[in-house]
Design a protein around this ligand. Structure first.
Ligand SMILES: [Fe+2]
Ligand SMILES: [Fe+2]
Length: 267
């Protein structure tokens, strides 16, 4: 496996020529499963199962330590452990002088991937997210794989608005289940709304990059979109194969975690 450093932004999320050389089949297989199995009913089942937060109490550092063991199957741009991705994201924000709550958000935005620790398969944890319960946008990555999703054959779930009212707001939409939605609910008491949008919708590329699903958005979503878009380049373009040193910056992040989050989080 090779991972190439680049300053060429078109090289990222290039699913036909991935930055990490052996990822093409891994990512394709990931989305084949994800798009077949993420049904509207599946999402509601997972919310009932995980949003009670009755599993485990962890310090943020314990959760981050676990992420160190995980490589994301949906990511064509990096094969480094998650902690390196989080640190690269946050350090790029810090270097640009972004507000400290945003640096913190960068540092923990993928913490929801601890779902893998609870035995969840990657297709139910990572990857781009999309609304369930309404028509799939053709701009969703590998949208051809939705042909195998049972919801495709339920007309009531495939009209433009599906089960939703026009401009109901993304709050009311059941997004495909994964680390974004899970962590959003976990952090809701602790971070500002802008940060919560970054966490909840950072993988919703069909919305923040492709401009899809405007018919479900309300005024708050429109106002928050620019914050999600401000977050995205740090998540995406900070990926490079050089591992940052956590030890050198750990005191800064310890202070930041203590400023915004309780000592332990109930997962
Ligand atoms: Fe993520
Ligand atoms: Fe990320």
């Amino acid at each position: 496996m090779t991972n190439t450093a680049t300053t060429d932004k078109t090289a990222y999320r290039n699913y036909t020529a991935p930055l990490v050389s052996d990822t093409l089949e891994r990512v394709r297989e990931f989305y084949r499963l994800n798009h077949r199995l993420q049904t509207y009913d599946f999402v509601k089942t997972k919310k009932a199962q995980f949003l009670a937060f009755k599993r485990q109490r962890l310090t943020p550092w314990q959760a981050l330590d676990y992420l160190n063991t995980l490589v994301d199957d949906s990511d064509p741009d990096t094969a480094l452990p998650q902690i390196d991705h989080l640190l690269q994201t946050a350090e790029a924000m810090r270097a640009d002088g972004q507000p400290d709550w945003m640096v913190l958000t960068g540092f923990i935005h993928d913490l929801g991937k601890v779902l893998c620790l609870f035995g969840e398969p990657q297709w139910a944890v990572v990857g781009d997210t999309f609304p369930t319960g309404c028509a799939y946008s053709p701009k969703i990555i590998y949208s051809e794989f939705f042909a195998a999703n049972p919801d495709t054959h339920k007309p009531e779930l495939q009209s433009l608005h599906g089960v939703y009212a026009p401009h109901c707001g993304l709050e009311a939409v059941h997004m495909s289940w994964g680390h974004d939605e899970y962590l959003y609910h976990l952090l809701r008491p602790h971070l500002p709304l802008e940060a919560l949008y970054m966490v909840r919708f950072h993988s919703f590329y069909a919305w923040h990059k492709e401009g899809q699903y405007q018919h479900l958005c309300n005024a708050q979503d429109q106002a928050m979109l620019t914050w999600v878009q401000r977050f995205n380049p740090y998540d995406l373009y900070s990926k490079n194969p050089n591992r940052p040193s956590l030890a050198a910056v750990k005191p800064y992040y310890e202070d930041l975690l203590a400023k915004y989050l309780p000592a332990t989080l109930q997962f």
